[in-house]
Structure formats: structure tokens, C-alpha cells
Design a binder for this molecule. Sequence first.
Ligand code: SF4
Length: 447
Amino acid sequence: MEKTSVLDERKDFILYKQDGCNGNGMKCDANSVSGSVSQRACVYCGARVVLNPITDAFHIVHGPIGCASYTWDIRGSLSSGEDLYRNSFSTDLREQDIIFGGEKKLTAAIEEIAEKYHPKLIFVYATCIVGVIGDDVEAVCKMMSNKYNMSVIPVKSPGFSGNKSVGYKMACNAIMDLISKQKPAEKKGVNILGDFNLAGEMWIIKDYLKKIGIPVVAAFTGDSCYESLMKSPNAELNIVQCAGSSTYLANRMEEEMGIPYIKVSFFGIEDTTSSLIRIAEALKDEEARRKAIQFTETETKKLEDFLSKYRRNLEGKKAAIYVGGGFKAISLIRQFKSLGLETVVVGTQTGKKDDYEVIESLVNKDTVILDDTNPAELEKFMKEKGADILVGGVKERPLAYKLGIAFCDHNHERKHPLCGFDGVINFTKEINMSINNPVWKYLQEVL
Ligand code: SF4
């Protein structure tokens, strides 16, 4: 088959799966190639999506008003309490501030929030222009923390300082700045890292852990609050769902607090089952392990008839996947396989070498694997491979519709949970409704 032409500098980021795994791997975890329209957001946005779900935190965007357009809407995480996090605050830097510096404006913004709302926690994001003019954001935050006896944490996130993964790292550093001052008490239970309570998914995971008798100390960061985060050093184990955003935090917590971690995924029956059992095993809790096996067997059995009914509609269809991190791509490949779909194109924005090795081991020969792709490549590979559906986020949706193929939103904007056993039902129904919608047939006739 004729290979699609791509920019020379991009070729190392693309792999056609060969027989077995060729072991050469592919390039990933690097800055985007100039001239290639990356689907990644900037460093600041990466930091913001990780920290925004902390429900009682104030988020001050130190920069021009445009940066502040990344708000709660970019990650619709739900809250069981406070809704402060749905507000955005900006220092709205203008030309004069760029010339004379923005520190006074930042100080005034923090003072206004401190005096009006008496917060416990403020994050101050340093954006591109702040990195250029050199405001000492750290010094201002320190001064304000002392003056008001609250935590004002700087997040070093100028957009030009790297890629979205750097933003994740900066958010993890900000969290460590906050929690590392805590002295741990007796260790018990787990912290959940890398789940953002989209459509209430954190509540589903917590409910499963409760059913098997494992207490949750803190969640990073879905439906979390200042008080719960400060208890996180007391956990026995960290479980990491979104590895792309939170492995760095897990590593720091292991090194500095002695909390080990395991990577998990709650997408699909196979990964949900193995994650619950592995958590119990990592805690050496035999009773929890027994309950996890029993619970997952019961839930899997309940889904058998449902899945076999839908499998008849989906067998033989081809899927393309383009998501943020490797863990989700891996779970989606497994989920599609269980529904009878073949993954023919798969890529991520921030996948790491070990993620791509697992992806390569799961897909069939000739599957296209992409790191940090652009819309043109995605379009060409989906056409070449005859994909029937694309799973991605808001930036990929128009591309699928333009090509006249089905789409499933598996990103921050979705309104129904896709994780756990409950999520399997939603996911299967959505894939079926989208892929078997008669509209695609009519569209193909006019395209
Ligand atoms: S790239 Fe820079 S200017 Fe643009 S949103 Fe990100 S921080 Fe703001």
C-alpha cells in the first residue's frame, strides 16, 4: 500500500506496525515539529487542566486576558461541594504592564481576592508574556502567602517553555509545593492520581474502591479540595490513572514521601477488573482482593448479554483513536477489540516510550501509530485505513465530520461517564449510535 507523504521531520514520530514488535520504537515525548499543526495545547493549558478541578482553589491567570479563556469549560469536572473553581481570575496585562512590569497588578489581584474571599489556596499561572518580561511571580506569591497566612502557589507555565507535558509537570510541582510541608500521620488507604471527575467518573471509582473495602485519602484532582489534598501524605499507595499528567507527581511522592504507586485504568471491563485486583494486591489486602474478584465477576456477568447484542452491530468495523495520553489509548484498543472492532490508526498527544511499546504489542500488522500528529496526517491515515469512527476530543470532532465518519468524544467536554462498568454501557451505546447512524451513508454519497 502506498504510504502517505508526511513532513520529513515527522517521519520518526510515525510507525507502521510490522510483524511482531520491531523493537526500534518511535520518536515521542519531544517538542512539536515546527510547521506541523500540533493538536497539543500550550504549557499553561496543560498545567491548568490538572489543577483546575480543585474545587475550592482560586486560579489567577497572570497574563493577557486571552490566556484566561481556558476556563472550567475546558475540563468539565464535577464537584460535590464548592464551585469556586468554575470562576477564572486574570490580571489582564496590557501594553503599559508589559513596559513597566506586572508585579504590582498581580499583588493587587491577590490582595483583592484575599480580602474579599479569604481563600485557603490560590494558584498563580505565569503565562508567556510574564516569562518574557521577567516578573518575579515566586517572590510575589511568597510575600502574599506570608501576609495573608494562606497558600499562594506559583505555577511556572509560560506557553513557550515547552509542550503540554511540561505544563503537567509544572502542575505536579505546584501540588508538591502545597503538600510537601505536611507531616504524614498513620498511613492507610490510597490516593487517586490523574482522574479529574469528568461527568462524575471519580465518584464511580471511589464507589468501586469502597465496595472492596479500600479507603480513598485524596484525589488528584477531581472533586478535591484543600483539606483533602493536605491529607494525601497519609496514603499507603498512589494509584495513577492518567499516567501522562500524573506519573511525575507519583514519582516525586514516592521519592520524597515514600508512597509507592501503580498505574491503573478504569476504562473497559478488562482494565477495570485488573486495576481493582492489582490495587488490592499492592496493598497486600487479601480480603479486598477476594471482594474485587467477586465484584468484577458479578459486574462482568451482568454485561454479557448487553455486549453480545451490540457486538453484532459493531463486528468488523474499523476505529481510529487520537487521545491525550497513552493509558487511554491502550484501554480503548482493548475495549474496541472486545466489541469486535479493529483499531487501524492510534495516536496520542503526550504518550511515552513504554506506552507506545504496549500499543504496538496490542494492534494488528499495518496499524498506523502516531505521536503528536496533526489534522492533515490524521485525515490521510484515516482515509488510507478506511476508519469508520474516530475517538478523540473537541479538536478532532470537526475532522471526523468533515470526512463523513462517526465520532466519539472521549475527552474533557463529555457529559456522560465512560469509566468503570457503568461507562462500558455508555461507551458501547455511543459507539453503536454514532457508527451505525444512517447519516454517514448519505454523506458518503455527496462527499
Ligand atoms: S501560548 Fe502563551 S499566550 Fe498563548 S494561551 Fe498559552 S500562555 Fe497564553
